[in-house]
Design a binder for this molecule. Structure first.
Ligand code: ADP
Ligand code: MG
Length: 700
């Protein structure tokens, strides 16, 4: 158990530094140190010449001498600029804001140094801020490697000489000591079947890469293991649940389905739609309750997929329902589905907060008698009084808008749980979905129906509003309609309503009646007022709809081709993407204008740039994950992942994640509860790991 030794006993550490390591990096034992991985590497074989250094290079190293040092003082800051030159005679600026005195003493004009750092550009000059500095003669008594590991650091660590170089020494001492005692954590057959290097080799090479190839192999091995155990745990829980929950079997393909396919389906399904329908049909045949997440970008045709699957349920004698987060969306689904089903004998009803009492009574009784085949509605569906006679299949649209509890209520409307399909157009990056919703099955529509044009997206500063108005007039002249959306972060924020009101006023000034018709929709309006406005716009009577983000979800008005998003910097990426998805639904070229203040945070600017660059919701979600980290993704409401990833990055390691998920899947397929002898190590480690983390089943 040498790996459990307290870190203070490692040579060069001692009690004081041990305390700091604990505080800053949570390192208490040898094992913790060994699993503190570098966050990047420097290729020590390549030395740049100063004239080769450009700002777009990553971290680089070069050799040079200091030729002069300048102190620069401005009212804003003090800095030290050291000019380094190499034998080509070129110069580069090295800039220091901190520890100026110390650096001045340390840097010496006749010594040759090796500098490491990330090149930047400032006022047209290439510089490196706070380069790491080393003399060529610095002793290297460690395990040898030409690829130097760099560990993340903090000020406190650096102040106590616990920077990267210290870590290189510690890891070297540690590996020398424990190498022979590192036990393999994966069964031999997995190591050989998936061509992994051993844990020992991986740990050695992650800290001291012997070659770029071995570094890659070490990273793969460690990520494989980390993600594999998470997936094994999630999937074995899913398996347990499936074994407990039996489900309805829908074996039959009947008249409704066939009729619809033959007579009503107005277009060819995309391959992605066909694949997803196949996946769902497979679930319908297993005798286990389906729990499936359907992801697909806005406009990818999820509704149709849901409808086709509902027809299968209906053909097998069951009732179905769709729950939506807003009334507008419920209305729209009601219309769309009725249109799709023209001439087919399926009974579709709508139930929302504004359904009249008398109408509601009829619905209640037609529901219990089994007359209704498809019930579409809002939260109203989960009320106690709503009782189905045999609910077999539940669709939940825009699932992230609903809480876990609401979904559970709907699922529990029957003694035998109906099959559940939750749909989302706010793509959760697949990797995140597989970990957060790892015990759900996931289907993805990754293809839009043919002929869709990308929405042209432009980022404009508020100062360009007059030009925008000009463009809007042209579009209106051409018969198009326009959305103008204001952020409404909280319904209660007075400021936001003020913005909306001012905006509405400005629009009606610039687009005066009777030449132009403008209507408005916001969250404070009564449902019938909202509907009136919405329908007014949808029917083409109004040119402009001024709205808060209530229109974000699902609304489909193909003739609307311009989306203007005010204060776009205040919206998150996925919300921006959803809003943009309201246009580009017809044959015309559509446009999205992101209006913002000139002053933007770096992050807001990145969001704008990303929106301009791509229309792909999955790419946007991935980037959102990269920019904000997994804890902040809209729709997950997680304050962080339930486990601590030491080496894998969900934003980057999607391929490995899918790979190991399949590996875990195959293993459990063969050996449900890991009872085979060859899997005993897996069972042991899994129990250890599960004990350490929280109950995943509480998440989805
Ligand atoms: P979302 O996935 O955002 O819910 P919808 O289901 O609203 O997308 O579909 C968007 C539009 O695309 C609808 O008008 C729908 O009728 C249409 N659509 C769906 N599938 C296809 C297809 N295979 N080919 C052409 N149009 C399709
Ligand atoms: Mg939809």
């Amino acid at each position: 158990m040498i790996l459990e030794t307290e870190i203070k006993f490692l040579s060069g550490i001692g009690p004081k530094r041990a305390e700091i390591l604990k505080k800053e990096l949570n390192i208490s034992t040898f094992n913790d140190m060994l699993y503190t991985f570098p966050y990047r590497y420097i290729d020590r074989t390549k030395f740049y010449k100063i004239n080769e250094i450009t700002e777009d290079l990553p971290y680089i190293q070069f050799k040079g001498k200091i030729i002069r040092i300048e102190n620069v003082e401005t009212p804003r800051n003090k800095r030290l600029i050291a000019y380094a030159a190499d034998d080509s005679g070129n110069e580069i600026q090295l800039v220091f804001f901190k520890g100026i005195k110390w650096i001045k003493n340390k840097l010496n004009t006749n010594t040759e140094y090796v500098f490491f750092g990330k090149p930047n550009v400032f006022k047209g000059q290439i510089n490196i801020i706070h380069p790491e500095t080393e003399t060529l003669s610095d002793e290297n008594s460690q395990i040898n490697s030409n690829i130097q590991a760099v560990y993340s650091s903090t000020e406190l660590l650096r102040d106590n000489f616990l920077g990267t170089k210290a870590f290189n020494r510690f890891q070297s001492a540690l590996l020398t000591l424990v190498y022979a005692k590192i036990d393999e954590t994966l069964p031999e057959y997995i190591v050989s079947q998936y061509k992994l290097i051993s844990l020992k080799e991986a740990l050695l090479n992650i800290h001291f890469p012997q070659s770029p190839e071995l570094l890659t192999k070490a990273q793969f091995r460690l990520k494989f293991e980390e993600l594999f155990y998470i997936q094994l745990s999630l999937l074995s829980q899913r398996l347990n649940r499936m074994q407990k929950n039996s489900g309805f079997v829908f074996p039959k393909i009947g008249d409704n389905f066939n009729n619809f396919y033959k007579n009503n389906l107005p277009f060819e399904l995309t391959n992605a739609q066909k694949r997803v329908i196949k996946e769902i049909r497979k679930d319908f045949a297993t005798g286990k309750q389906m729990n499936r997440l359907l992801q697909g970008d806005v406009g990818s045709g999820k509704t149709l997929v849901a409808l086709i699957c509902m027809l299968i349920a209906i053909d097998n004698g069951f009732q179905t329902c769709i729950m939506t987060p807003t009334e507008i969306l419920a209305n729209q689904h009601y219309q769309t589905i009725n249109d799709f089903l023209k001439g087919i004998d399926v009974d579709v009803r709508l139930l929302t907060g504004s359904t009249k009492k008398s109408e509601r009574k009829i619905i209640d009784s037609d529901l219990t008698s089994g007359k209704i085949n498809i019930l579409i509605g809002t939260h109203a569906l989960i009320e106690e009084t709503v009782q189905f006679s045999n609910l077999g299949f539940v669709v939940i649209d825009e699932q992230h808008r609903f809480g876990v509890e609401q979904r559970a209520k709907l699922r529990n409307k029957n003694a035998v749980s109906p099959h559940v399909l939750v749909m989302t157009a706010t793509p959760i990056p697949r990797t995140l979905a597989m970990t957060l919703y790892g015990d759900l099955d996931i289907s993805t529509i990754d293809e839009l129906p043919p002929g869709r044009k990308n929405v042209k997206t432009v980022h404009l500063f508020d100062t360009k509003r007059l030009q925008l108005f000009g463009f809007m007039r042209e579009q209106i002249k051409a018969g198009r309609q326009i959305y103008v959306v204001y952020p409404l972060i909280k319904e209660s924020e007075k400021m936001d309503y003020k913005n909306l009101e001012d905006g509405y006023f400005a629009i009606t000034q610039a687009f005066p009646a009777p030449e132009y018709v403008t209507c408005v929709v916001h969250g404070k309006m009564k449902a019938d007022e909202k509907d009136f406005s919405m329908n007014y716009f949808a029917s083409g009577k109004a040119n402009i709809l001024v709205a808060t983000s209530v229109i974000e979800v699902g609304v489909n008005i193909p003739n609307a081709s311009v989306m203007v998003i005010e204060s776009a910097e205040r919206f998150g990426l996925s919300q921006l993407h959803q809003l943009r998805g309201r246009v580009g639904r017809g044959a015309e070229q559509s446009y999205c204008f992101l209006m913002s203040d000139v002053k933007l945070t770096a992050e807001a600017r990145k969001r704008m740039q990303l929106m301009v660059r791509t229309n792909n919701g999955f790419e946007i979600a991935e980037e959102d994950l990269r920019l904000r980290g997994p804890g902040d993704i809209e729709g997950t409401q997680q304050s962080g992942l339930p486990f601590n990833l030491k080496i894998s990055n969900l934003a980057k390691d999607g391929k490995i994640l899918e790979y190991v998920r399949n590996v875990a899947f195959d293993i459990l397929n063969e050996d449900n509860s890991l009872e085979l002898k060859k899997n005993s190590l897996l069972r042991k480690n899994l129990e250890k790991k599960i004990k350490k983390t929280i109950d995943y089943s509480a998440i989805s």
